[in-house]
Structure formats: structure tokens, C-alpha cells
Write a protein that binds this ligand. Sequence first.
Ligand code: ZN
Length: 330
Amino acid sequence: MTEFINRNLLSFPLKTITSSLSPAGKNARLSISIYHRVQEEDDELLGISANATSFDLHIKYLAEYFNVLPLHEAVQRLQNGTLPSRAACITFDDGYADNAEIALPILQKYGVSATFFVATGFINGGIMWNDVVIEWMRRVPVDSLDLIEMDLGKYETNTLSQRREALCSLINTLKYLPFEIRKQKIDQLCSLIPVSLPDNLMMTSEQIMKLHRAGMGIGGHTTNHPILARLTNEAVYSEIAENKETLEHIINSPVRLFAYPNGKPNQDYLPDHLEIIKSLGFDAACTTAKGAAKKGCDVYQLPRFTPWANDYLKFMLHMSRNMIRNVDVV
Ligand SMILES: [Zn+2]
């Protein structure tokens, strides 16, 4: 009922407010939303509600109250000053299989386009390092974990919230370790208590092709999803170039959009990397800096954010607040 009242009474004034914050033409704002997994049900261990129902609601709100454009078209129109009012794009990072199986039918139901940034080192049966830790933590049949010898701490894992805390701490510790050391520690975890890990979390080449055939955009996201700021420029070049080549081979079309892994300016990628992206023929790149893009902004550092809210009023307020945020880029 509250949802009904919100949408009927507040629809017009909120649409007017968002139109004034994001008008058509040279003063337009481009809101780019970012998603990762879209699962059928809530993931209790992760403690987030990125499920099909809430995703369906978001796309419904975006389709009804915003002008959703394919990212490549939106970038061109942003540069030309010809964006419509309340312009929005939808993007996904990493290349999860549920994007093709759960998110795609929802996008099609509302007739909107999205761009999928795929890390190709994990497609066709691979698994990202963070998912190894998540799926390992989900399955280890123990009430406590002593990982002190591995410099990874000691945890109670009896309840779901204890497991969630342990997981959060492990991911945060492992995230910024050098690639080889992180891999070594994760291998150690898996041999300490072996569990069977899923091999169907990430997309197959066929699922990437399915998205491409459905008119969705496919973008680069490196091969191994490293923190680019921790690599030499030569390694950054290889990560991005090989990923682009693999995706272009799969879809038999040029790949011209990119998203930086993790995506925080100055922390996850550096100013030098913008030149590498340009030299490889990309037309634009997305970060995870919050905010909305405006004419004259650097299209190789487009801001994005996730408007997680399960009612119309909160969703529109999140979107509006994001439009007036200052964008922090390198
Ligand atoms: Zn990513």
C-alpha cells in the first residue's frame, strides 16, 4: 500500500525534480548503475539483497522513470550534448553466469539495454578469488577457524553472522595482497579444509554470445581482475589487451568499453592507465567513483553507483542525490 501511495502521489513531483537535476541537452547528467551478481534468492552469507525480485524492481523504476540508453550511445550523446533528460545506463561487472540467465530476461521484459564487463580469465568454468573464499567459507564444516599461522587471523564460524564477519575480514585482508601471495594463501586455505567449489558461477563463451545476440553491450574488465595500480604498465597493458582480444574473438565484434577492476580512482587504477585504455582503442571506461557524468567530464573515468533501495521513494532519492554528487576522479 505504501508503495502504491508513494508511486501515485509522488511520481509527478519526483519526476519533475529528477528532470531538473538531469535535464536534456548540454546540462544533462548520465546516471550509470553498476551490478554484479543477480541471484534468485538473497544470499544470507553475503548479507545483501541482490536478488531477482529487487533487481526486477530497480529495472522497472529505471525503465518507467528514466531514459535508459546503451552505454556506447549514451557516451556519444554525453559528448555531443544531446542526452535526453533523466538519462541512465545499466552495467554489470565481472561476468557472472546469473547475468545471462536471471538478469537478461528481466532486462528484456522491460525492453532496456545493459553493458556487461567480463573478466575473461574466469569464463568457462573458472572462479574469481573472492568467490573461492566465499564458497569455501559457506561450506567449511567447522565451528572455528585458526588461520594465525597463515597471518589470516582466528575466527568463530558457528553462526551465520560469525561466518559473515570472518568472510568480510578475510576478503579485506586478501584483497590488496600481491597477486602471487594472495593466490598462495587461498590455495593454503583450500588445502587446509578441502571443499567442493562450484564451476558454474561465471559465464561461458555461449552465455557471453547470448548477451551479445540479445543486443546487450560486452565490455572489457581485464583477464585476471587484478588491482591495476599494483602492476607494472606492461602487465596492465597485457591484462587489458588480452581480455579485449578474447572477448572480440568470442563475439566477433569490436569491444570499445572498459571497466577498471574494483574501480576506485588512484587506489585501484592510476592516471597512466587511461593512456593505455585509449591506445588500445576503447571509447570510454567506467570507474566505481560515485556520481553522475556530465558534459565535459572524462569519458575514460565515468562514475557509477548502485541505487540499492526496494521502494520507489528511496530509489528516486538515491538517484537524485547521486546526480548532485561531486565526482572524485584522478
Ligand atoms: Zn570487477
